[in-house]
Design a protein around this ligand. Structure first.
Ligand code: BF8
Ligand code: SF4
Length: 655
């Protein structure tokens, strides 16, 4: 690829350097495979290909009598709606199954069967216990943890008809009522997903509105599963506090054993970090200067937040970590691991190690990871990487000397601690007051992935810079945070370069009082994708403090490069919570005006949140900003009116 062509494919200079090297070596990556897939099928792209039964595939051509419906008579709106919500089922399964594993590990830790894990954050355990109604007074920490874990596991399969505990105890009364009236509060995570698969089975539900609402119920299960995953992970490994680290391929160290942890579930990656610390000497004996753990995707975000592990790549650039020739082992757990990484490993000495019984790649080494033998397994894995270091071919090592400073670790609690330095009695009011005074214009949360249909990292970085210039406070999770980290937006350098005057004054005020020996970043990294629960906690407490329903809050979300089913399930619960959510890649819904309208218009009337589909990043930034301005303006008007007429502010929606 030429330099001009590379610029059209990635905004990350380190990725561009490695892509050029891959081109020269004639090694194919997902960038090449995307090109080879063009043109992609229009029926699939617009959602009107149905493969739900094996009479199909049925492809809809609206203008052609006979082909305007599937063989069974399913209309385009039914097919598009079914396809869309099945993405949500996939996303909710992945997030919640991750949460279930964490809950089991907490249970087994409390029972004494998982000896390598411990209850690290007792304060968080007590907070969660009190919130969900588990007695704490005079009880043993292990007993409390056991009851909390059982309550979490009950959320997957309880048989009463009350909403899931992790949903019901983290939303306000207004949303509770809304979910009751629309009948979308899940009573059990597994049930809502099973029911959705049933609902979308051939010949069950043909009503697109009913199908979408079934999808939203599963989306709230996604929320439930990830919220409990965050809570219980904090209990096991600690609630993140600010940490300094770095991001991009330059974090690989030619003189050390480089191990990448890739995937999502921190039960393994945390152990690998601990094992690497213990085995440092063995690496030195093998001729290296030590062990360097780097992160990819969300398991990378987990260990970045808690251990300051540097990020090597986000989803889009995962193969390119191997392309450096300096990666000795890639350890994968679950989700978002492109099977193509194995092809790259075959060109270098890198060992691909799979660890989960449900996530294997042909040709890789499998070390089954068990919680009973966690540390032993992690050590086995690290030792394999050390042995692999000796097989490295120095002539193939080419590490781009590009990396950026990162200040991460902003859990909801860490953010509140920071705000408490200014207002100890009511920390959250530091943000809401700044919005009311107009110093900052609102909050935008960046989440989601990379997608070959967009320029790698470009939209995420562009929208963030545009909104920062306009004084919008920014938070992020997932691979979006990875993109922003690599572009220097998770550092104080980012504040100097891109913050508008109001945002800069706001961040500097926090910084002066922070007591940290690091400057604060332009964008606050709140964690992995399951940690979007932390962002939900943020908007909930802002709305509570302002005494308004969430749909009135100047808060927006953006997934500029959404890719996975998980991104669709997250976006779907974000809108049910009352938050406008931009998506920069059009999902396959254009085949039905009705479904498109439901997600972008009707959702606004019912929930106050809705999707904004916009592929142009500049236009997307403008649209997000307009939403914030409109909500902030309405709030001011309502407040003035309430003062004038001595009434309470309007509780209606943004409209
Ligand atoms: O769960 S942002 S590409 S790694 S799906 Fe996957 Fe998307 Fe990355 Fe994290 Ni989230
Ligand atoms: Fe075709 Fe209907 Fe079967 Fe879908 S469910 S593949 S539309 S016959």
């Amino acid at each position: 690829m030429s330099t001009a062509e590379l610029e059209k494919r990635t905004a990350d200079p380190a990725a561009a350097e490695m892509l050029a090297a891959a081109g020269e070596a004639q090694i194919l990556t997902s960038w090449d495979r995307y090109k080879a897939q063009q043109p992609q099928c229009k029926f699939g792209l617009t959602g009107i290909c149905c493969r739900i039964c094996i009479q199909g595939p049925c492809r809809i051509i609206p203008s052609k009598p006979g082909q305007d419906k599937g063989i069974c008579g399913a209309s385009a709106f039914t097919i598009v709606a079914r396809n869309l919500v099945r993405y949500i089922a996939g996303g909710a399964s992945a997030h919640s199954d991750h949460g279930r594993e964490i809950a089991y590990t907490l249970l087994h830790t409390a029972e004494g069967h998982a000896k390598d894990y411990k209850i690290t954050d007792t304060k968080k355990l007590l907070q969660v216990a009190e919130r969900i109604g588990v007695a704490t007074e005079g009880r043993d920490v292990a007993d409390i943890a056991k009851d909390v874990a059982i309550k979490a596991l009950e959320d997957f399969g309880k048989y009463d008809n009350n909403p899931c505990t992790w949903l019901d105890t983290t939303i306000d009364e207004e949303r509770r009522r809304k979910f009751r009236h629309t009948d979308i509060a899940p009573t059990a995570i597994d049930r809502s997903i099973t029911q959705l698969m049933h609902q979308t089975h051939m010949g069950t539900d043909a009503d697109p509105v009913n199908i979408i609402f079934g999808g939203l119920r599963a989306a709230l299960s996604d929320y439930t599963g990830m919220y409990l995953a965050t809570d219980l992970t904090d209990v096991l490994f600690g609630t993140p506090v600010p940490v300094m680290t770095e991001a991009n391929l330059g974090v690989l160290d030619a003189e050390k054993v480089n191990i990448a942890v890739h995937g999502h579930n921190p039960l393994l990656s945390q152990m690998v970090v601990y094992a690497a610390r213990e085995l440092e000497k063995e690496a030195i004996n093998a001729g290296a200067k030590g062990i360097n753990i780097v992160g990819i995707c969300c398991t990378g975000n987990e260990v970045l937040m808690r251990e300051g592990v540097p990020t090597a790549a986000n989803f889009g650039s995962q193969e390119l970590v191997i392309m450096t020739g300096a990666l000795d082992a890639m350890i994968m757990d679950v989700q978002c691991i492109a099977p193509g990484v194995k092809d790259l490993c075959n060109c270098f000495h890198t060992m691909l190690i799979t660890t989960s019984s449900i996530s294997k790649v042909p040709g890789s080494v499998h070390i089954g990871f068990n919680e009973e033998t966690a540390m032993e397994d992690a050590k086995k894995i690290v030792r394999l990487a050390i042995a692999q270091y000796g097989k490295r071919k120095p002539e193939l090592v080419k590490i781009p000397q590009l990396k950026k400073q990162v200040v991460g670790g902003f859990s909801y609690e860490a953010l509140m601690d920071l705000l408490a330095k200014i207002n100890p009695d009511n920390p959250i009011s530091v943000i809401t007051d700044a919005i009311e005074s107009g110093e900052i214009k609102g909050v935008c949360a960046f989440a989601g992935c990379n997608n070959q249909r967009t320029i790698h990292d470009h939209a995420t970085v562009t929208i963030a810079k545009e909104l920062a210039k306009r004084d919008v406070l920014l938070v992020s999770t997932g691979c979006a945070a990875g993109a922003l980290a690599k572009a220097g937006l998770l550092s104080s350098e980012g504040v100097e370069a891109w913050a508008g005057p109001g945002l800069k004054a706001f961040i500097k005020r926090l910084e002066e009082n922070s007591g940290l020996n690091a400057g604060l970043p332009l964008v606050f990294h709140m964690g992995s994708c399951v940690d979007n629960s932390r962002i939900a906690q943020l908007w909930s407490s802002m709305a509570k403090n302002m005494n308004i329903p969430i749909p009135q809050l100047p808060f927006v979300a953006s997934a500029p490069e959404a890719m996975s089913e998980k991104a669709i399930s997250i976006g779907s619960w974000v809108i049910t919570m009352g938050i406008p959510c931009h998506v920069g890649v059009l999902p396959p819904i254009e085949g039905s005006d009705l479904v498109y309208g439901l997600t972008t218009q009707i959702a606004r009337d019912v929930f106050g949140g809705y999707f904004i589909f916009e592929t142009d990043p500049e236009k997307a930034a403008e649209k997000l900003y307009q939403r914030l301005e409109k909500r902030a303006w309405k709030l001011r008007i309502h407040k003035l009116a309430a003062e004038k007429y001595e009434s309470t502010p309007d509780q209606g929606y943004e409209g």
